[in-house]
Design a protein around this ligand. Structure first.
Ligand SMILES: [Zn+2]
Length: 255
């Protein structure tokens, strides 16, 4: 454990790496999502040296306690030390769950501005990684996790009625409009829509309302349904959160 009362020139917080990059042959840059300070970037000097205080004390998907100097150089803080609190070892052995954890991490990394404190966002990230250890090899889990992320950002897609007029029939999905639109609204406004079979919209609506993934991860889907779900949500995630098509390609490996 790190000291309980750090001196005033250092900051201490719980943190999970979002991305790690080499800085030199022995140093690393780590972008973290922290509980108290939002996303911060640190230079971990000598992180790869055999006696480094950082060695084995941080890893992707694991929660660490991070101590860093409060003074910044450019956009980078200098790390002082860290201690790995919760490593989430499943992701070392279950490659499907690891891919899901990577997708979730990339989503948080891309959509979190530097230094905008949001403890709720950190809690969501932790919760999704914890659940991904258990359910991350399942396709419905990744969809559920993405829907949770949308909801947190106030962008929960609408699947049950026309987003523009409230009509409940003749619906098709329009990513730019934030959900389903009826045929007359899409015609009036010349909206680009995706084919949206009612069974797919019903599945998405019920997964969006599920408070826990346990009840949905074993649902059997046809290859066609999986494809349609993936296309529809993929289009929404790309439009609103800039996710890459890679996410969709890895989904084929999930059960
Ligand atoms: Zn309408």
């Amino acid at each position: 454990m790190l000291p309980i009362w750090p001196d005033p020139v250092t900051l201490k917080t719980t943190a999970i790496p979002l991305a790690c990059y080499p800085y030199s042959s022995t140093s690393r840059i780590v972008h973290w999502l922290t509980r108290h300070h939002g996303k911060v970037s640190t230079l971990l000097k000598g992180a790869l040296r055999p006696r480094s205080l950082f060695l084995g004390e941080y890893e992707l998907f694991g929660t660490s306690e991070l101590l860093y100097f409060a003074k910044r150089t450019g956009t980078l803080y200098t790390g002082k030390e860290c201690a790995l609190l919760h490593p989430r070892p499943t992701f070392r052995t279950d490659w499907r769950a690891m891919q899901t954890a990577s997708c979730i991490t990339a989503l948080f990394n891309k959509n979190t501005p530097e230094e905008a404190p949001c403890p709720e966002l950190f809690e969501l990230f932790e919760e999704l990684l914890d659940l991904a250890e258990e359910y991350g090899n399942s396709f419905p889990f990744l969809v559920w996790a993405e829907l949770r992320f949308c909801d947190h950002h106030g962008h929960a897609p609408n699947f049950g009625s026309c987003t523009l007029c409230g009509a409940a029939s003749m619906l098709a999905f329009s990513a730019a409009s934030g959900g389903t639109v009826c045929s007359s609204c899409s015609k009036d406004k010349k909206l680009a829509t995706l084919g949206s079979p009612p069974d797919i919209l019903t599945i998405l609506q019920s997964w969006q309302q599920a408070v826990h993934p346990a009840g949905i991860v074993n649902i059997k889907l046809s290859a066609k349904q999986k494809n349609q779900l993936s296309t529809l949500l993929g289009c929404f995630m790309r439009h609103h959160f800039g996710t890459s098509p890679e996410t969709r390609r890895m989904e084929k490996n999930l059960t």
